[in-house]
Structure formats: C-alpha cells, structure tokens
Ligand binder design. Sequence first.
Ligand SMILES: *Cc1c(COP(=O)(O)O)cnc(C)c1O
Length: 462
Amino acid sequence: MLFHSTRGGDKDRTFEDILMQGLASDGGLFMPDTWPQVNLNLLRSKSSFIEVAKEIVPLFTSSSFDKEEVINILDNTWHDFSDDDIAPLKHLDDNKAVLELFHGPTAAFKDFGLQLAAAFFNEVLSKNNKTAIILGATSGDTGSAAIDACKNFKSIKTFILIPDGNMSEIQRRQMTTIDEDNVFTLRISGTFDDCQDIVKDAFKERSFLKDDQYLLAVNSINWVRIIGQICYYFYASLKFNNLNEDNNFSVPTGNFGNVFACYAAHKMGLPLNKIIVSVNENDILNRFFTSNDYSKQKVSETVSPSMDISVASNFERLIYDFYCDRDAKICNDFYANFPLDSINLPNNMWAKSTELFLSYAVNDLQTIKAIQEVYESHNYLIDPHTAVASVAVDNLSKQLKNSTLILSTAHPAKFPDSIAEAGIAIKEIPKRLSDVFEKKERTFDFSPDKTAIFNFIANNNF
Ligand SMILES: *Cc1c(COP(=O)(O)O)cnc(C)c1O
C-alpha cells in the first residue's frame, strides 16, 4: 500500500515517508492509493480493541513494516487507559449509545491517534538511529496528547506552543505541569493563529535542526492519526451489533479528522447509514453540508473550544475522494485560491452529500442545555463537545434510520466551568485530571517572535 497527495504532486510514498513528512510537498494531504477492505467475518471473531486494531493498522503499513513488527508495536501502543475496554459503549436508550473515547491518559480522544503516531515515530527513529523534534501549536487537546504520547521516547524532544486563549485550565495544566527534560511548553503572548504561523515558518526554515534530524508534525492531517481512529469505529460497531446493521455516527468535529476516519472506515467496509457532522458556532462545515458554502470566517470562542476552527484541514480529503472521485486536478483547482476564495462545488457534485452526510450547528446555549438534559434523563454526564453531537442527533432524528452512536471525545471533568453552568456538581474527577492541580506549572514565555523561539529550540536540541 503506497500513498499519494490530494493535489497530484507527491506519488508512490511509503508509510514511513508519509508518517515522517506529515503534509505533502504540494500542500495537499496524503491518501492511501486504494481503500483496503476489512474482512468483517474475521473481525467478528475478535473481542478487544487491540485485536481489532491488529486487523486494521497493518493494512496501511505494509510498505514499511511487516505484519509481525506491527503486531508487536500494537501490543504496547495504547497505554495508561483507565478502562480495560479502551473504548466502552454506554447505552442511553434502545437506539442511542455513547462511545466513550476519553479514557486515555489525557482524557480526550486524541490519545488514540497520537499514541499510535508516537509508537511508529519511535520505531522509525530507533531503526535508523536518529532523533526528532516535534513542534506543534495547540489551542486544545492536541498538545497534551502529543506530549504524553512522546514523553517516554528519549529520541524525541517535544516543543508545544500554546496561546493565551480559550482553553480550559485543566487543558493548559496538562501541558504545563509535565516534568520531563524532553518536553517544552512555550506560552506565547498571542493568538492560536500566531502560534500556527510560527510553526508553519519553522517547517519551511528548519534552521534549528541538526543534520539528519527529523522535524515531525503532530497536527491532525498526519495519516497515522486517522488510522488510529478508524480502529474504534470498527470496534464500536462490532460491540454494538456485531457489524450487522447500518448505524449512524454523530461526530463532534473541528478539523474533520474524526469524521474522515468514520468515512474511511465505511470505505473499508464498515456498515454505515449516516455520518452526522456536528459543529459549534464555528460552522464552516455545516454551511457546506447545508448550503454548499465552504468559506472561511473569523473564529469565535465557544464552550467547546477544541472545535473552534476557521477551516477544517482534513476536509480536503473528502473533497478529493468523495466529491472529485480522486481526480487530483479538480481538487487542486478547488484549493488553488482557498481560503481567499470560498469553495462552492458544482451542484450535481455537491448533491451527493446527502447519500452519507447530515450536519447540524449548535450554539453554546443549546450545548449547556443538552448537558443538563442528558444528565436529568439518563443520569449521565457529558462534556460540551459530546453535547454538541447529542443536540445534532436530537434535531435530526426524523432523518435517521436505525441506531445512532454519539462519539464522546472528552471527559466532562476537563470542562468544569461548563458543567457548573449546567448546574451540575461533578461527583468524580479522575485522578489523572485532579493531579495537574497538585503540580507546579513550568512554561517558557515568549512573545510571537519566531527568531527567539527558533533559538530556544536550537539551544535545547539534543
Ligand atoms: C480535537 C477535538 C475535537 C475535534 O476533532 P477533529 O478531528 O478535529 O474534528 C472534538 N472534541 C475534542 C474534545 C477534541 O479534542
């Protein structure tokens, strides 16, 4: 299985190439050359998340690792989960369940993708006797998941830029209380966009790198993260109805990574009715799915901060695969002037959306109210991101057949202010979250000055 770019530039790349490169050199995103098919009957004989993952991950890695190697890696990949099931399902009623993806060490679903990424990064680095710098900007859960996933690998040093902004105190403390000499959290007196611009420049300039050293990206466009997420769609459906019925999945989304993983699973054979694209007031995806308007607007801060985005970077993969039928030239044309010009598909192309997608945009008031209502009617506490997905299901219920699984992407205790706003007292805070209040915060403070930041990385390089 080889990989290519959605814009037609890079071709015939191995799994190792795209793992270590992240974004394609033509600005596009990497895609597998074909959709590998999962043997559903074989999957039905499996009972754990890891067993399912062992059938999925090797379908994408054969160009760089033989199956035995991958099986060994997967035995040690997903670690420090607080629930033996890894991704438990909670039934709300006969045709609605919540897929809990927040039992990993940082209490958000990003542990699934980033622990898999870290495991493969480490494997490639050890094999080749090399080191790597990870550099990322985050306004939410990516930074903590990347730090946690990589902190035990001594061939990796992680530098995360965080803006002054809308993340919760726990989200921030998860990054600032890590006491490891290969982790550096840089607090930037600026916006998330300032941080992202510095990261983009860093990938162009690379001035702080040693010869022969990798600079690794952990943002959600890395294909390996998508692979980690595909696994839980198959696992959830296996547990829910033995892969026998077409379900719906409601996915609270920002960058479209998690939705695209669901779409990918479907292309690989997952029985599926509809994917519900659930967003907050940053509604570029909802505007696309309801009125064919994919245009960038200013970001607003919401109570579901991990979905506060202006454009959805993984969406290009859907444009390329689903709408353009893998014609890189057409995809390239759509993206040539984006985001200056918006993307509006020809109507016959856009009309395909309804085969597979529904979408709904949810405001903060609805979000808080949903936390309240789900708690009252089911005695079950959900976080604001999960609440967005839940509101979408309720509002689209007339258009839904069969059962619906709501993806729960974060533990509610990560967002105590929203839970308090809903008038609920959190009974139990997992130790891994309360612990961050016991530890001392350590940050390196910078203005958005890339020269100073690049010097800092150089001075702290291996
Ligand atoms: C990152 C994140 C999302 C959005 O995921 P995408 O893959 O970017 O759509 C949703 N909820 C939580 C809690 C997150 O951390």
